[in-house]
Design a protein around this ligand. Sequence first.
Ligand code: ZN
Length: 464
Amino acid sequence: MITTRLRTRLRFPLAAVLVAVAAALPGAQTFDGQRDPQPAEVDLAIVGGLLIDGHEGPPLPGAVVLVEDNRIVAVGSRDELTVPDGVEVVDARGMTILPGLIDAHVHLDILGHSDYQHWHGRYRDGRYAEIMEISTRQLLMSGVTTVVDLAGQPEALGPLKDRIESGDLPGPRVVASMGWITNWSDEQVARHHRRSHTVNVRTVDEARAAARTAIAQGAGIIKVHTGLTEAQLRAVGEEADARGLRITGHVGTRDDLLMRIRAGQDGIEHLSLGAGSSPAIAPEVLQGLVDHRTWVIPTLIQTTIQGRAVEWPDWRDNPRVRALTPPAIWADIRRSIENPRRFGYFGGSLRVRRIDEMGAKLRQLRDAGVRVLVGTDSGTPLNFHTDAMWQEMDLMVSYGFFPMEVLAMATRRNAEYLGRGDELGTVTRGKLADLIVVDGNPLLSMRDLRHVVTVVKDGRVYTP
Ligand SMILES: [Zn+2]
């Protein structure tokens, strides 16, 4: 153990360098000199890794995180905190400790099969709960400790959440929208593969009632799809606001997008942003997003995965998915993705949302200071729950976001978006014990997030 005098001599120059680096990063925080005291009770210690705590300040080498029951009770360095004898220890030396990842957009009822009609026809009835159990295991073992499910079946999601919360089933915390609210024609509803969890409304009163029903079913967020009028959206918004819930969803035309921003929709899913086939986001849209502090969840990976799958044929034999999917279901998925060029699902997206356009739009958002989050749409064709997060985060870095910023989007900023910032999103004393240990350093390469070696969720340790 290093002496106090030596430590003081060593720390100040190092701290000065780190503070200087931190000051160069947007939103960065610096050391405040506060250290957590040694807690009386500890039953789990994560020891020796480089800690990136989610606050966007400098990482802490040789960190110790102490956990009691399901809470983090102290965070510090090895010479500041003692690991009591007899506690469970996770050795993180040479690795990185991060807050558990939060995916702001997943679909637990799908596993990457290329044909929705086939998939839902075959698995919706009877096997729905089984599919969701596979999804939740895949996500947790990939380091995702909280997910936002945007359009699952309420009857199945309620029991699933209960089983995960009781510790009976390994899975992330599930914040669910309990279906989605639309204002579509009867024909549009009948055609949709998710018609059984589409709540279609025609009047303002129906819109309000739909929001109340979702909330009564346990919704932690409200999802609105296209077609809603401003009055309908505002009625949904009043119900959500009264319970501190966010509203998010798809948008249609540019006018529809501007209306939603004005009406206070909190989140905008996908990067088309009312731009249609135009390569740029209109100035009035950017201004609206900034003025109303609207969050944007671009789901970059969902729109580029087809190109990647064509480029990397090995993708179809993804060993991580195979290991975490029952053989018969994997065989069905595997057959469906044999030729990714043929997927009807991507018909329009490759033409309209070209990859270079996406990069340009993302840079517009970044330069304007729009609040961007990490969500993957995982479960959609080829977009496997096991890999969606690291791919999305890697793409964000490739489009010019700082790695530290992207890590914060996937943790602290997503928690704040969900209104759970006081409990989730950072490795901080008093918060829920959701964290991961990664073999590598995602500040150097986001691809290192593929190597999650330990997941702690709610104080429980899982080894993928
Ligand atoms: Zn989606």
